[in-house]
Design a protein around this ligand. Structure first.
Ligand code: GDP
Length: 332
């Protein structure tokens, strides 16, 4: 959407009134790389931040083909039937390479996207994973300010994006296929350890296989460190295509929330996530500043060669390069 020609006050009011068009424009503004847009986006976020926080934040992950979009669409329609408004966002690091995204395909979630109670937004498609995750996190806050009671953040079951999505949601869900190979992959990659709920989708294809896979996963989970001290991740079965298992799934989400709230752990989790996010921004900001620093740029090629050639130790080179930054902060 075009973001010029509307005052930001009107945009803020539009978001607060729950207008999808205003929300879409606001998200476009925060995704923009233009410096003037970024300044406006920060003002917008500051104005809307006090109105955020009200949603159940659900992360959903799984390998391509597991049925994420089918599951999210069925879940979204189920929640709308219960009178809720649902936003769907995505973190897809591959979108920065391909220019497309897991939610970019218009045919996905067609029924859900036609409902006025739903808001669906594809993954931001520029920048690093950190950049994409940061924009999605901000978009999530905007969706909350716009009054969405449930915000679902989808991600692909490959790479580091799971950690980023688990770090911005209240409950992290892993969708699995009912075959053992898939289990091992997710366990090896450490994704299972992030999961608060594991769902074996496509249970309609082979119910026995799904039950076997679920039993194996329950055993595997007893050997892993749980993501929360207050919650033992349940292993469920579902068929997104046949609308089965959604009520049980949502009950688990509610039970997880109740368990965390009873222990005061939900507020703590969100506070911890906000602080971790701040440190991440500081880390990436420092890195960017480091790489752009004239002193670093001047000294780097020679030092790289010297470390490569074994004439300077990595520690000495790092110290010298970091020294370039610290000169900026010395008081005269
Ligand atoms: P995603 O890549 O994880 O988003 O997966 P999709 O939602 O696009 O689903 C991949 C394929 O699996 C599609 O052809 C779906 O129709 C199918 N599918 C999804 N859920 C189920 C299910 O519960 N049962 C069966 N039989 N097929 C499913």
């Amino acid at each position: 959407p075009d973001i010029a020609g509307e005052t930001d006050r009107a945009l803020i009011d539009g978001v607060l009134a729950g207008e999808r068009r205003a929300l879409a424009k606001a998200i476009t503004l925060i995704e923009s790389t233009r410096l003037d847009h970024q300044a406006r986006a920060q003002d917008l976020l500051a104005a809307l931040l006090p109105r955020s926080g009200g949603a159940v934040r659900v992360g959903i992950s799984g390998v391509p083909g597991v049925g994420k979009s089918t599951f999210i669409e069925a879940l979204g329609l189920f929640l709308i039937d219960q009178g809720k408004r649902v936003a769907v966002l995505a973190v897809d690091p591959s979108s920065t390479i391909s220019g497309g995204s897991i939610l970019g395909d218009k045919t996905r979630m067609e029924r859900l996207s036609q409902r006025p109670e739903a808001f669906i937004r594809p993954s931001p498609s520029s920048g690093s994973l950190g950049g994409v995750a940061e924009k999605t996190r901000e978009a999530l806050l905007l969706c909350e300010a716009a009054g969405y009671e449930v915000v679902i953040v989808e991600t692909v079951g490959v790479g580091q994006s799971e950690t980023a999505v688990a770090g911005m949601t209240d409950v992290f869900v892993l969708l699995q296929l009912p075959n053992a190979g898939d289990d091992l992959q997710a366990i090896k990659k450490g994704i299972v350890e992030l999961a608060d709920i594991v769902v074996f989708n496509k249970a309609d294809i082979d119910r026995h296989a799904a039950e076997m896979a679920a039993a194996q996963m329950r055993t595997a989970l007893t050997m892993l460190r749980p993501a929360s001290a207050h919650w033992k991740p349940p292993v469920l079965k579902a068929s997104a295509a046949k609308n089965e298992g959604l009520a049980e799934f949502w009950q688990s989400v509610a039970a997880h929330r109740a368990a965390l709230e009873a222990a005061g752990a939900l507020v703590a989790k969100r506070r911890h996530q906000a602080l971790a996010w701040m440190w991440q921004l500081i880390d990436s900001g420092l890195r960017a500043r480091f790489r752009d620093h004239p002193g670093v740029r001047a000294a780097l090629p020679q030092l790289l060669d010297a470390v490569d050639g074994g004439t300077v130790t990595p520690a000495a080179a790092a110290q010298q390069l970091l020294g370039c930054l610290s000169h900026d902060y010395e008081t005269p």
